[in-house]
Design a protein around this ligand. Structure first.
Ligand SMILES: *[C@@H]1O[C@H](CO)[C@@H](O)[C@H](O)[C@H]1NC(C)=O
Ligand SMILES: *[C@@H]1O[C@H](CO)[C@@H](O)[C@H](O)[C@H]1NC(C)=O
Length: 413
């Protein structure tokens, strides 16, 4: 019923808007042909606000804000990943960089739009515009901050921001993860200072680099300068590029009432791999937030040591699923490893969503393949993985009390 309302609201507009009405995808190129403008200013109203707001507060599971970023050819991977991490409580933002074509981004919007479940809850958005990004450069940091800003604007009632790449995959279902996070202090940030000594070993931290993706339209390699610099106004920290950040800390970084996030953003514009250092440095140099980190990235990851990072495959399956990691990456599209995780860990049927306590559907209108009334989205039923992770996190948070600032847990000198 709700769906048809959304449609009728849009009927007075251009016919193409009807097509995208439910996902409210904003396509710069299409708007351009209608408005004859180069850049159409982003209007928050173009993004879909969640249609069912979860209950929040003491004892309720948190709300996670996921950002899935990809490039040319990643649409199918992104949809598969979305289905593997979907829960109606959460918020999702999908974004393709300028390696992708307009057609690809439209198609991604259509894939999302064609899913009844996603329409019912209205908690998935696709960014229709694209820009150049290089994972090694500051354009990747800008994209991450942009995604967090959009998620705050769409609906700021989430608790953690989780950036994923199209090559990531979950190692537990959302009922497990939401359960494990229910008991955590909501200001906790997962920033790992230990698992990636690479950022120091490369010795590039003081080297000035320029990321041309900030001023070119297409994806471009970054440039190294011969000059170096050594800051003394702040200390640089680094570690794993994979983070899970609390909403208070994201607001601190995005709104910038303190100058440190902005100042460091300007500094890190000319640093290689700023995703391995920016959030680490901001948090450790902010009195207000320095004691809110847990040095663990919850990822099973092969940190890229060469320009061509190693890809995870089935030979590591046992090791990948045995640990406490919540996500693994990078995994190639259609690698049998994904099917193994689907079958044994997530219990996900091909093309379907991961079943959870929300998805037991009471079909009122028998015969129609639609689900009008969904089970409760405010309770989760954890399995053994969720219970194990909850006790591990409780232990780590407890240990943290003795050593509230985890900034100096880094490897190396
Ligand atoms: C963080 O922990 C350190 C060490 O225990 C303490 O000196 C400092 O005051 C704490 N900062 C805040 C904001 O609580
Ligand atoms: C899996 O990856 C390892 C390296 O991590 C490689 O040696 C092996 O050949 C790969 N196996 C398959 C089936 O691709």
């Amino acid at each position: 019923m709700r769906i048809s309302k959304v449609y009728s609201w849009f009927y007075g507009y251009y016919p193409w808007m009807v097509v995208f009405a439910t996902t409210l995808v904003l396509f710069g190129s299409l708007s351009k042909s209608n408005n004859n403008q180069d850049e159409v200013p982003l209007k928050a109203s173009k993004f879909q606000k969640p249609l069912r707001l979860p209950n929040k507060g003491y004892g309720y599971p948190p709300v996670l804000a996921y950002w899935i970023s990809g490039s040319k050819g990643d649409s199918n991977k992104m949809v598969r990943l979305l289905k593997a991490i979907y829960h109606p409580r959460n918020q999702y933002l999908l974004q393709l960089d300028s390696g992708s074509s307009d057609y690809e981004r439209e198609n991604l919007g259509l894939l999302i739009e064609s899913e009844t479940v996603l329409q019912t809850f209205g908690n998935v958005n696709v960014e229709g515009r694209s820009y150049a990004v290089n994972k090694m450069g500051s354009s990747a940091l800008a994209a991450t901050l942009h995604a967090a800003a959009l998620l705050l604007k769409i609906n700021s009632d989430w608790d953690w921001f989780i950036p994923l790449s199209a090559s990531s995959y979950p190692l537990m279902n959302q009922d497990d993860l939401l359960h494990a996070f229910t008991f955590l202090p909501r200001d906790l940030n997962f920033i790992d200072y230990t698992s990636n000594p690479g950022w120091k070993q490369r010795g590039e931290i003081n080297r000035i680099v320029v990321d041309p993706n900030l001023y070119y339209k297409s994806n471009t390699p970054i440039n190294y300068d011969v000059e170096t610099r050594k800051p003394d106004a702040f200390e640089i920290f680094g570690g794993s590029p994979w983070v899970i950040l609390s909403r208070p800390f994201m607001e601190f970084c995005i709104y910038g009432w303190d100058n440190i996030p902005r100042k460091l953003l300007m500094y890190f514009t000319n640093v290689a791999y700023p995703l391995e250092t920016y959030f680490h440095t901001v948090i450790c140099n902010s009195f207000e937030f320095q004691n809110t980190t847990l040095s663990n990235d919850l990822r099973y990851d092969i940190i890229p040591k060469s320009p061509k990072p190693k890809i995870l495959n089935t030979s590591k399956y046992g090791e990948i699923v045995a640990g406490e990691s919540v996500f693994a990456q990078p995994i190639q599209e259609d690698d049998p490893l994904l099917n193994m995780i689907d079958e044994d860990v997530l219990h996900r049927m091909p093309d379907n969503f991961v079943p959870g306590s929300w998805s037991s559907c009471q079909v009122i209108n028998q015969g129609e393949d639609l689900c009008y009334r969904w089970a409760d989205i405010d309770t989760v039923k954890p399995g053994s993985k969720g219970i194990k992770l909850a006790s591990l996190l409780t232990k780590l948070v407890e240990e943290r009390r003795h050593n509230p600032s985890q900034c100096h847990q880094q490897h190396g000198p």
